[in-house]
Ligand binder design. Structure first.
Ligand code: F6P
Length: 360
């Protein structure tokens, strides 16, 4: 008999997390009469003493919560319990603590909401502890395998599209080429989708090679046709023309993606007769108010995950395929990521609109 389930958010936050927690809690309490425990800060809530956990009740979700970005449970993208970085820099395996936390809670099943990295961690935890697990994919990068839509992706694309809407008038007013650098890790989904929706002239994604000479020629062509400005969207992990990555070393010693926009801005300024400016969109793509589509996907995923627990179908991940919800074995998703394929219909659409998407 299932009586108690846990739920946690893991990895980077995004729009729709509160909506999915709400959906799972509603289904579990209203339809099955279970108790639901929200674990704070990913798996970190389980290594705390006392455990950092709250019992979720219907009244938690009465008001504004599902409309809000972020996750009210908190999350963590550096909290791998198998390789937990201590304050002094040393690495410790805290997985046994997490597992004993789960046992202390006497959970019958755990719902983990995360990306492919979090699913990999949950897969290892499942193997080590035998916990009954169901996963829900969320990531603005939309790079979870076998899943067409991750929670948070639509909101991120919307923010990037809005940014292009706001950049176009200022680009036109100053006769400039505006470069918008967007997130997405190793996948170009945000750049490609927002670029098309936001009327970009050039979309650069990590999956397709570009050349600075083709970019310059494209901008000159736009200008000689009579338009005084241009819009470029570039995904953060696009490489420089020589193949090196654009990265920034942060004060904590970590090297993170960033800077490809500035590189392109300088190169285009040098090669064309146009002034360039760069906007790095950053975490506003994650923290924005979730779109209706993210709230819907979140609601569908939350209910489906709880139904899987009811049916005792464990080690499954809820996915969106062919315009509907289904589920798939955790092993097929954990640690595996997808990227934009050259044959993606949107590449053809972009080319059809006269957008330069690289040398293909
Ligand atoms: O994976 C989600 C994501 O937002 C990426 O698109 C981005 O590269 C990264 O996380 C940023 O992570 P952080 O929150 O650690 O800066």
């Amino acid at each position: 008999m299932t009586n108690r389930i846990g739920i946690l958010t893991s990895g980077g936050d995004c729009g729709g997390l509160n909506a999915v927690i709400r959906a799972a809690t509603f289904r579990a309490i209203k339809d099955y009469g279970w108790q639901v425990y929200g674990i704070k800060d990913g798996t970190l809530g389980l290594i705390k003493d006392p455990l950092d956990v709250i019992e979720l009740r219907l009244e938690h979700f009465d008001g504004h919560l599902m409309r809000m970005g972020g996750t009210f449970l908190g999350t963590n993208n550096k909290g791998n319990p198998f390789r937990y970085k201590q304050k002094n820099g040393s690495i410790k395996d805290l997985s046994s603590k997490v597992i004993s936390g789960l046992h202390k809670l006497k959970l019958d099943a755990l719902i983990g909401i995360g990306g492919d990295g979090s699913m990999k961690i949950m897969q290892k935890l499942t193997k080590k502890s035998g916990i009954n697990f169901v996963g829900i994919p969320k990531t603005i990068d939309n790079d979870v395998m076998h899943n067409e839509l991750s929670i948070g992706y639509d909101t991120a694309v919307d923010v990037a599209t809005n940014a292009l809407d706001m950049l176009q008038p200022t680009a036109a007013s100053h006769r400039r080429t505006m470069i918008l650098e967007v997130m997405g890790r190793d996948a170009g989904y945000i750049a490609l989708n927002a670029g098309i929706a936001g009327g970009a002239d050039i979309i650069l994604i990590p999956e397709i090679k570009y050349s600075l000479s083709s970019i310059s020629a494209h901008i000159e062509k736009i200008r000689s046709a009579g338009r005084n400005h241009a819009l470029i969207v570039v995904a953060e992990s696009v490489r420089k023309e020589n193949g090196s990555r654009a990265t920034i070393k942060y004060i904590d010693g970590e090297v993170r993606l960033g800077g490809i926009g500035t590189y392109l801005g300088d190169e285009i300024y040098r090669r064309t007769n146009t002034e360039t400016r760069v906007t790095v969109l950053g975490h506003v793509q994650r923290g924005a108010q979730p779109t209706h589509r993210d709230r819907l996907i979140a609601s569908v995923f939350g209910v489906h995950a709880v139904d899987l627990i009811f049916q005792k179908k464990f080690n499954r991940v809820v996915v969106w395929q062919n315009r509907g919800v289904t589920d798939i074995d955790l092993n097929q998703i954990a640690g595996k990521s997808k990227t934009v394929k050259i044959k993606d219909p949107l590449i053809k659409v972009a080319k059809g609109l006269g957008i330069y998407v690289g040398d293909i």
